[in-house]
Design a protein around this ligand. Structure first.
Ligand code: TTP
Ligand code: MG
Length: 428
């Protein structure tokens, strides 16, 4: 009997749908994508490769073959990103620049030009939105896309449309991207990172458990350094271990995060791709009824603003990496002070703690007529507010805040107020 052959492969260069082969029979390209679920999956994650560095190389071809670092060049500057040549020498994002230069002395170092990156990011987003309205940007260079139902419009399976999009971005924007295609957001994001740069990785239902089992727990979305250490102390270092653990035990030990680990380790993620334009910041500010200089009084005004911003973050499903305090003096001059966080937050408590620290040196006798707090550098809340092992009190406060949010949802905003909120209601 003749063996039946299945066209389960795609040439990423000429976009022909073919039978599995080492090279495309039509254009001879070796960039063949083969997977049994290739033409049925529709949730994707797209992430630009070495984004800032790629834009710089595009704009100055003499940099193409050189290791390139983009970042702050001052004494305390850090690496924003670097090209893959510099990565081979051990340089990576968030590394102090002096260390990066030691690791790769011949690297060219360039200061970031945000306007250029925003333009390129915007162009790419528009191209994604032309493919499907269901685009959920996560940051300037990455987004989820849901391509379910697009086959009819594009006369091609999502995988083909995505490969075509990657080529179009290379041609029109001049940089490369990596794509992950999977049954859900968690797996799509995981897969887009697996074969960078210029990658296209598929994780299907059939092999997802096996793929996940091979990962260290630190690769799980939402497991930061502190959580990784905690799990390791408890003897859990591999996702394969989580896969054998009982849901109730994980929930009891690690709360909400434990439940998430249970689900994600099994490849379960029901979150929808929710289209939204990229919100840059969420803030709240008040013009004071009377100009204030007193530190304590200014701090009292800060708390309700932090609660407001925190509610906004939670409602819109964002977490902030940067917190900015804003003050306006009697000459109507705006003064802002910002701080970046190690872990993004959604919590009023954290906003307040940072806001208070930023405010203290500003309370130098100057009269202020307005106070505000802003949250920016917004990311997915999945990484937000990991349990604080150094300050367990902070974890306890975070838990209280979540419980109060739940009560507020059930009984209304005024039904429950946190200590600081109540204090602010007292006549002064
Ligand atoms: P990433 O997508 O995390 O990194 P990348 O695009 O440079 O590299 P990769 O190929 O691994 O995706 O971030 C996108 C851009 O955001 C990056 O080019 C620079 C900026 N960025 C910072 O400024 N600081 C940081 O710590 C990180 C991680 C990124
Ligand atoms: Mg990237």
């Amino acid at each position: 009997m003749a063996e039946s052959v299945v066209a389960d492969s795609l040439c990423r260069d000429c976009l022909s749908v073919i039978e599995a082969a080492p090279k495309c029979p039509k254009c001879k390209s070796p960039r063949i994508l083969t997977h049994p679920e290739l033409f049925t999956l529709s949730i994707a994650h797209l992430d630009c490769d070495a984004f800032f560095a790629s834009v710089e190389k595009r704009d100055d071809p003499s940099l193409k073959a050189k290791p390139l670092i983009v970042g702050g060049t001052g004494g305390r500057g850090v690496v924003s990103t670097c090209c893959y040549l510099a990565r081979m020498r051990g340089v990576h994002s968030a590394m102090p620049m002096y260390r990066a230069k030691k690791l790769c002395p011949e690297a060219v170092v360039i200061k970031p030009s945000m306007a250029k990156y925003k333009k390129a990011g915007g162009q790419i987003r528009e191209m994604m939105q032309a493919v499907t309205p269901l685009v959920e940007p996560l940051s300037i260079d990455e987004a989820f896309m849901d391509l379910s139902g697009t086959a009819r419009v594009h006369h091609a399976a999502p995988a083909v449309t995505l490969a075509k999009l990657a080529l179009a971005i290379e041609r029109q924007v001049g940089i490369t991207v990596s794509i992950g295609l999977a049954p859900n957001k968690f797996l799509a994001k995981l897969s887009s990172d697996m074969q960078k740069p210029r990658g296209f990785t598929v994780i299907g239902k059939a092999e997802m458990l096996e793929v996940l089992a091979a990962l260290p727990v630190g690769d799980m979305w939402g497991v930061g350094k502190a959580m990784e250490k905690k799990l390791s102390r408890d003897g859990i270092t591999q996702v394969s271990q989580l896969q054998t653990m009982d849901e109730k035990i994980l929930a009891k030990r690690y709360g909400e995060l434990g439940l998430r680990l249970y689900r994600l380790s099994r490849g379960i993620d029901h979150r929808k791709v929710s289209p939204r334009s990229i919100t840059k910041s969420i803030s709240a500010e008040r013009t004071l009824d009377k100009d204030l200089w007193n530190e304590e009084k200014l701090i009292e005004r800060l708390w309700p603003l932090c609660e407001e911003v925190s509610q906004g973050l939670k409602k819109q499903s964002f977490a902030a990496r940067t917190i900015t305090l804003k003050l306006k003096n009697q000459n109507h001059k705006n003064i802002t002070r910002s701080r970046s966080l190690d872990n993004p937050t959604q919590l009023a408590d954290v906003l307040f703690e940072v806001g208070e620290k930023l405010l203290k040196p500003m309370a130098d006798g100057t009269y202020y007529r307005l106070i505000g707090i802003g949250a920016s550098n917004l990311t997915d809340p999945i990484d937000a507010d990991p349990p604080d092992l150094i300050e367990p009190e902070r974890t306890r406060r975070a838990k209280t805040e979540h419980i109060m949010d739940g009560l507020r949802d059930r009984f209304g905003k005024q039904a429950i107020q946190k200590g600081r909120g109540i204090k602010n209601k007292k006549p002064q």
